[in-house]
Design a protein around this ligand. Sequence first.
Ligand code: PLP
Length: 384
Amino acid sequence: PIYLDYSATTPVDPRVADAMIPFLREQFGNPASRSHAYGWSAEAAVEEARQNVANMVGADPREIIWTSGATESNNLALKGAAQFYKTKGKHIITVKTEHKSVLDTVRELERVGFDATYLEPQDNGLITVAQLEAALRPDTILVSVMLVNNEIGVVQPIEELAALCRSKGIIFHCDAAQAVGKVVIDLEKSKVDLMTFTAHKVYGPKGVGALYVRRKPRVRLEAQMHGGGHERGLRSGTLPTHQLVGMGEAFRLAKEEMESELVRIRALRDRLAKGLLEIEEVYINGDMDHRVPHNLNISFNYVEGESLIMAVKDIAVSSGSACTSASLEPSYVLRALGRSDELAHSSIRFTIGRFTTEEEIDFAVNLLKSKVGKLRELSPLWDM
Ligand code: PLP
């Protein structure tokens, strides 16, 4: 099938894979081995990768802590900050449309005695500064808002939100897993305190990520993984050199190619949107102006979600009905936007990436046009 699910994960760029191979073969040393050349060369590679990640986001390399991916970074940021600052207060604010790795972590913090507010986005998927301001309390210690939503691609106004938090002495965390290479991130100018990254959404390998931890003003965290004291004591464990080299190369390429890639992907997205909007009774989910061009999320009215997914098996996409998992729950993100169960179920997330072609877009449009038409002919609700 044609791959239009780049927000689930991306293929590893062949240039990234090439950069990783030597560290699986000859250069296998432990970067923490200080007494011989095997260790030194691994350490040099790890630090170059750290510099590449820092460069992509305007950070100091000393502010980058390696992790196993965005899930771990979110856990470290939220649990680590909540535990460190708990004597200042116990209130945490996040948003209903965050990724589960944020929502479930905040739930866990509630279980151990923290108090949480889950902001409800507007119908376009965005939250406002006024909304956050209204939810702040004297005991609020931590706010977590993602930069780019994984289901609908909307871009939250995190700079304004972070500035508000800074003015009140509240730690601001941002999950930027879906943002790298898609929107400009400049942490030097920003007031964000903690930011989550992962490699596998940016043409790097799975199982590796990073957490940005601001040094000025200094943000403190309780470690969640104890052991050899790696990563300034914040995250113990032998560093996976090849993975880190892969992430570094992926971020370096993303920085280099972002500008031209955005133009190309926007053109593909516009072509896809134009084609799909020729179908009657379709609804775009999420704001179209504050959105990355890689994402188009559309609900097809008067078709049943599961039949739709079965009918479009020749394209690899994600659906708003979690029919691959045990539950038949419609997407909680689309529900939070006020979509009905039916429209949430019959939605498709198309996500476009580095290797998508015009031919693939045209194939997807033609497939949807024909299949949606056929499904509606069978539907008792459709009488147009
Ligand atoms: N946060 C967001 C917004 C995501 O889209 C994902 C990807 O599934 C994650 C976190 C989890 O990332 P990882 O697979 O690196 O743990």
